[in-house]
Write a protein that binds this ligand. Structure first.
Ligand code: UD1
Ligand code: UDP
Length: 372
């Protein structure tokens, strides 16, 4: 039986890897499954592990306040070496584009352990946006052996880079698997009660390239629009990055119709997403979740690696300039037909069974280098 080690370290990776862990652990006759978390995130990672009841076998505990890319890369690379030596997995699976993914894929490459990339092939082709994620995912795709691409577009991106076609599978995104289990018909909370007389806006922001001026511009635009719309309330679960928290509190802390709250449990967040009016975010994962729930998303970034949601009509790229965000946000609140055009459900990221497909591929030994 093959031993497969899944490695992840941040909230979004955990949300998208836990469904796969669960499927693989249910198939104990096919695999021995080992979970190693890097601990790049601490509280935000453990929130997800608890929600999905996943207990890791190894935790590198690397997080430090204000960690740099050097810290994360070096600590993961050095920390995971001992785990790989002790476990000697036949396959390592990493996810997406974080520095945990990059450094653990690099460690597996140094030890010549075959590696699979879950959510392979996303691209902006701009190494500075998102930064450093575009670099991370291109590097992982350079050194991994198997590509679990969420969509046909991501598959094509890999083919355009001359990756071997027979090692690429279109599986859907495992994030949609998570969504299938978290969104509930019966759900209530004090915040939803508070917002029940208003249109509820969900806000998140955290990208490294948006820290500083871009983030201030986002917050100022949001505040201006909300001041002009008394029927709107907003919930903003702030990322734990102290730079984000300071900026959010300084710009938005005293505005009573906008609540700054702690990072939400994924079950809570997905249920708010299902019930909100619209979303303003620079997040990657939310761009995949919102289309399926029919929620318009104003993406406060200059680029996106998720063109499927733009094509589906539910995502709109609005950049990080105050006036552009102000205009787009105002339009969606004031122009009912513009809102309706963006608020239909479509599911370009899969049917919620991506994890089973990945497990099937691994179990059947379809991976040529797998040696099965
Ligand atoms: C990381 C990923 C980014 C991903 C994001 C998801 C990299 C380089 N960046 O960015 O791709 O979109 O996670 O949220 O891999 N902190 C805590 N507790 C936590 C988590 C973070 O206190 O549970 C604080 C720490 O002070 C930490 C800081 O947030 O130093 C930044 O965390 P870090 O993982 O370095 O960057 P993110 O912006 O979260
Ligand atoms: N999310 C969450 N709680 C929150 C905010 C977001 O569980 O308070 C979820 C969200 O549904 C999505 C993921 O976290 O699945 C996105 O994570 P993040 O925006 O931190 O990272 P990115 O996707 O940009 O890498």
């Amino acid at each position: 039986m093959k031993k497969i080690m899944l490695v992840f370290g941040t909230r979004p990776e955990a949300i998208k890897m836990c469904p796969l862990v669960k499927v693989m652990r249910e198939r104990a006759c096919d695999f021995q499954t080992v979970v190693c978390v890097t601990g790049q995130h601490r509280e935000m990672l453990h929130q997800v592990l608890e929600a999905f009841e996943v207990v890791p076998d190894h935790d590198l505990h690397i997080m430090r306040t204000g960690q740099t890319l050097f810290d994360i890369t070096c600590d993961v690379l050095v920390g995971i070496k001992g785990v790989l030596e002790a476990e000697r997995p036949d396959v390592v699976l990493v996810h997406g584009d974080t520095t945990s993914s990059f450094a653990s894929a690099l460690a597996a490459f140094y030890m010549q352990i075959p590696t699979g990339h879950v959510e392979a092939g996303l691209r902006t082709r701009n190494l500075l946006s998102p930064w450093p994620e575009e670099f991370n995912r291109q590097c992982v795709d350079l050194i991994c052996d198997w590509y679990f691409a969420p969509t046909r577009i991501s598959r094509q991106n890999l083919i355009d880079e001359a990756k071997p076609e027979d090692q690429i599978w279109v599986t859907g995104n495992t994030g949609i698997d998570a969504l299938r289990t978290t969104v509930r018909n019966e759900y209530s909370s004090p915040e939803l009660e508070w917002a029940s007389d208003s249109r509820l806006i969900l806000i998140t922001a955290h990208r490294r390239e948006n820290l500083g001026m871009p983030m201030l511009q986002m917050f100022r635009a949001i505040r201006r629009v909300m001041e002009e719309h008394p029927d709107v309330k907003a919930l903003y679960p702030i990322h734990m990055n102290p730079l984000v928290r300071d900026a959010a509190h300084a710009e938005l802390g005293d505005f009573d119709r906008l609540r700054l709250v702690e990072p939400m449990d994924v079950i809570d967040f997905h249920n708010y997403l299902a019930r909100c009016h619209l979303v303003l975010t620079d997040s990657g994962g939310i761009q995949e979740e919102a289309p399926g729930l029919g929620k318009p998303v104003l993406v406060m970034r200059d680029t996106t690696e998720r063109p499927e949601g733009i094509a589906a009509g539910t995502l709109r790229l609005v950049g990080t300039r105050e006036q552009t965000i102000y205009d787009a946000f105002s339009e969606l609140l004031d122009d009912e037909s513009a809102y309706q055009r963006m608020s239909h459900a479509s599911n370009p990221y899969g049917d919620g069974h991506a994890s089973e497909r990945i497990a099937d591929i691994l179990a059947k030994g379809s991976c040529a280098a797998f040696g099965l």
